[in-house]
Design a protein around this ligand. Structure first.
Ligand code: FES
Length: 100
């Protein structure tokens, strides 16, 4: 089973292959925001991949375009609702979902 470590809370969870980062976060009550409900229409699920970028599904055009508008975007940025996990990854949440 792939493992995802979410930063900054440093919580590691086991997930099913093919799940998105957002689905995994929701299953484990990890505060990853998703204002648009996971439809690649906001950027609140923005994460920065710290390790294991190869273990995520490649970004599609929609995701790239959306990320271009995110604040603090880096070459390792992904949208949590679009990136599917195929192996171990470490990601850092950019907008924690507390109070939203
Ligand atoms: S939840 Fe809105 S783009 Fe991912």
């Amino acid at each position: 089973m792939p493992k995802i470590t979410f930063m900054p809370m440093n919580q590691t969870v086991d997930v099913k292959e093919g799940e998105t980062l957002l689905e995994a976060a929701e299953n484990f009550n990890i505060p990853l925001q998703h204002a648009c409900g996971g439809f690649c229409a906001c950027t609140t699920c923005h994460v920065i991949v710290k390790e294991g970028e190869k273990n995520l599904s490649p970004a599609e055009e929609d995701e790239e375009e959306r990320l271009d508008r995110a604040t603090g975007v880096t070459l390792k940025s992904r949208l949590g609702c679009q990136a599917k996990v195929t192996g171990d990854v470490v990601v850092e949440i950019q907008h924690e979902g507390f109070g939203h």
